[in-house]
Design a protein around this ligand. Structure first.
Ligand code: E4P
Length: 219
């Protein structure tokens, strides 16, 4: 499974990418607002760090506006992927841009039927939002299972990008269910490395090493 960072923080992207190269990045207006920086400038910086799909989100509600914005974003770098919402206008925009060679990430997918439609429109990435489904009392990861089955049944090439990930358990579950990609906040990415037994094990080895040095000195 590919791992993307879901952030517009260039600093966090640099830190994560130095550990294990990231497979991609997703951004959205909320994430860029958090950083308070220019969107295009930030996207340019990210393309210099990460060699993989970098999603930039359109804000128009009509297909024409989305295509116009998408074409501008796509000029930034060949790795830019355009986010459009899962709406009829979004799917029109998806078809138009896909035809002209621009890759699309259909965002805000909350049902298997929406995912089916996004695949039929030729989306490159399909983004189900797990955490937000959990927030309204549904089981977000179920959607990944359903999408995997539908995409495999019909040989759709769209990649399932598990989004709105809130925990390391989400990451594990979507990996087991066969999501192609998981995009996650930096906080969750950091936690993936951690286990209390790893920390305890390191401490014990260091303590024993120090004891050995002491013993050797005595001899
Ligand atoms: C994905 O592309 C979205 O940016 C993101 O995962 C949304 O997550 P949230 O529900 O935590 O805002």
């Amino acid at each position: 499974m590919k791992i993307f960072l879901d952030t517009a923080s260039v600093e966090d992207i640099k830190i994560a990418n130095d550990i294990i190269p990231l497979d991609g990045v997703t951004t959205n207006p909320t994430l860029i607002l958090k950083e308070g920086k220019d969107y295009v400038k930030t996207l340019k910086e990210i393309t210099k760090i990460v060699n993989g799909p970098i999603s930039a989100e359109t804000i128009s509600l009509d297909a024409e506006g989305m295509v116009k914005e998408g074409k501008e974003f796509a000029k930034i770098h060949k790795n830019i992927v355009i986010k459009v919402p899962m709406t009829p206008e979004g799917m029109k925009a998806c078809r138009i841009m896909t035809k002209s060679g621009i890759r699309i990430n259909t965002t805000l997918i909350f049902s298997a039927n929406q995912a089916l439609l996004a695949a039929k429109a030729g989306t490159y990435l399909a983004s189900p939002f797990l955490g937000r489904l959990d927030d309204i009392g549904e089981k977000g990861t179920e959607l990944i299972k359903e999408m995997r089955q539908i995409y495999d049944n019909y040989g759709f090439k769209s990649q399932i990008l598990a989004a709105s990930i809130r925990s390391t358990d989400h990451v594990k579950e979507v990996a087991m269910m066969g999501a192609d990609i998981a995009t996650m906040p930096f906080k969750v990415y950091e936690q993936l490395f951690k286990h209390k037994l790893t920390d305890e094990g390191i401490k014990q080895f260091l303590d024993d090493w120090a004891k050995l040095q002491k013993d050797l000195k005595k001899k």
